[in-house]
Design a protein around this ligand. Structure first.
Ligand SMILES: Cc1ncc(COP(=O)(O)O)c(C=O)c1O
Length: 449
């Protein structure tokens, strides 16, 4: 077996460090290694990105791209933000990892800040979004258990409701509450006791909610499902039914939370709060970190030994996360998100008036989906050629998740590029017309349960 390459590929985007520019032969060998040795879990573009600055990323040929994908909602401060780089440099020289058997300097202060933003009382740190979902599912099952339940047997109150068209991650529990069949079917049997409610359908919610339900889990704005916000009516009814039946309302804000909508959390537009909030993606400005936030009453159900993690809440990721939250406050980024989001929507509405294949524009702040009546993939490829990073979710919805510090000029640049793409990209006829704003039907999901 040949030895792994130890050749240095500089990729630090820090001041004072040389910009990386692998030669094209090097990029070719990187792609060859990837194709030969990585598991084929992604259909990756044949591009090697080497570094980023603000809202732009650069590939190995030195080509510059305007980044309206933001690492799928992770790079909220763009790339190489000075304050984040400084903290990571400083803290990595102090302690990258310390065991959760001890305290570190950042976990407590970060938990305090998250509780101030969210109105929750207690925090558990995980390594990813899916792990935050796992933590919440375990909390829900604990919450539903009473002394009348036999140890080791399913609690009477163990059912978990999730929504059709949902996406909560790839671990077993998370995929069990994810509705999309292609993600579920190959792994059956999944977690028992999960049922799906039709998206924003209050009658369906009422018919499935009783006192055997321990939690309802929803994305306040569905992300992978094509940018679909939960309606106020649905939220209010879910809140009321959860309270009445002694169940938890769990808001998955892994994609839509932590400022993305122009509020700290997307649910803050409603008059009531959830019992559990899940965050990850932008939390540590690109380092892996997730969190489960909850109330004192719920947190009291957990005790040492029932849940934990080796890496979650490590000092480096928590230091970066604390700095991220401070930057959002200090640089008044919520205002920027609202202002740039409004400009984006206005510009997109202008494009919708010109291009009849734009069916609907959805979302809030800097989380925007444009549903097309035609396949979105050719636009994503054409965008790459023109130096623009976007993606397409649910086949027909172009999704834009730019960094929170995107400027007015960059929004204009984006709209210009998108307009050109819409003129020049040949459209593939849609294989099936997407149902406007309507996630797929429940009948199709039944088989996957
Ligand atoms: C709403 C939502 N929940 C959970 C996840 C899973 O997060 P991760 O990929 O960090 O495990 C994602 C990821 O896209 C997500 O968008």
């Amino acid at each position: 077996m040949s030895k792994p390459s130890t050749k240095k590929t500089a990729h630090s985007a820090v001041r004072g460090v040389k910009k990386p520019s692998p030669r094209s032969s090097e990029a070719k060998s990187i792609l060859r290694d990837a194709n030969q040795f990585l598991m084929p879990t992604y259909k990756r573009q044949p591009l090697v990105f080497t570094h980023g600055r603000g809202c732009y990323v650069y590939d190995s040929r030195g080509k510059k791209y305007l980044d309206f994908l933001g690492g799928i909602a992770v790079n909220a401060l763009g790339h190489a933000h000075g304050r984040i780089v400084k903290v990571i440099r400083r803290e990595s020289a102090r302690a990258i990892h310390l065991s959760n058997l001890f305290h570190n300097s950042f976990q407590g202060p970060l938990a305090r800040k998250l509780s101030e933003w969210s109105g929750m009382d207690r925090v558990f740190f995980s390594n990813s979004g899916a792990e935050a979902v796992e933590g919440a599912l375990k909390l829900a099952r604990l919450y539903g258990r009473t002394s009348a339940d036999r140890e080791g047997a399913p609690a009477r109150k163990h059912r978990i409701l999730a929504l059709e068209n949902s996406f909560h991650g790839r671990t077993f529990g998370a995929v069990s509450v994810t509705a999309t069949q292609k993600y579920r079917l190959p792994f059956a049997p999944l977690l028992p006791g999960v049922e799906f409610v039709r998206f924003n359908d209050v009658a369906d919610l009422e018919s499935k909610f009783d006192d055997t339900v321990c939690a309802i889990l929803l994305e306040t704005i569905q992300g992978e499902g094509g940018i679909h916000p939960v309606s106020e009516d649905f939220w209010n009814r879910a809140r009321a039914l959860a309270t009445k039946n002694g169940a938890l309302l769990i808001a998955d804000e892994i994609q839509c939370g932590l400022g993305r909508t122009g509020r700290y959390f997307a649910y803050q537009k409603f008059s009531s709060k959830p019992d559990v909030v899940l965050v990850a993606k932008p939390l540590a400005a690109g380092l892996p970190l997730g969190a489960v936030l909850t109330t004192e009453a719920v947190a009291q159900r957990i005790s040492p030994g029932l849940h934990g993690t080796t890496f979650g809440g490590g000092p480096l990721a928590c230091a970066a996360a604390l700095e991220f939250l401070n930057v959002v406050e200090d640089e008044k980024l919520l205002e920027n998100i609202r202002a740039r989001g409004a400009e984006l929507r206005e510009g997109l509405s202008g494009l919708a008036a010109k291009f009849p294949f734009i069916r609907e524009i959805r979302g809030e702040g800097l989380m925007i989906g444009v549903e097309l009546s035609t396949d979105g993939a050719p636009f994503v490829s054409a965008a790459l050629e023109r130096g623009l990073l976007i993606n397409c979710t649910h086949d027909f919805t172009l999704r834009f998740l730019p960094p929170f510090l995107v400027t007015r000029a960059q929004v204009r640049q984006f709209l210009r590029l998108l307009g050109k793409l819409f003129v020049s990209t040949p459209q593939k006829a849609a294989a099936a017309e997407p149902a406007k704003s309507a996630p797929p039907s429940g009948a199709a999901l039944a088989a996957a349960r």
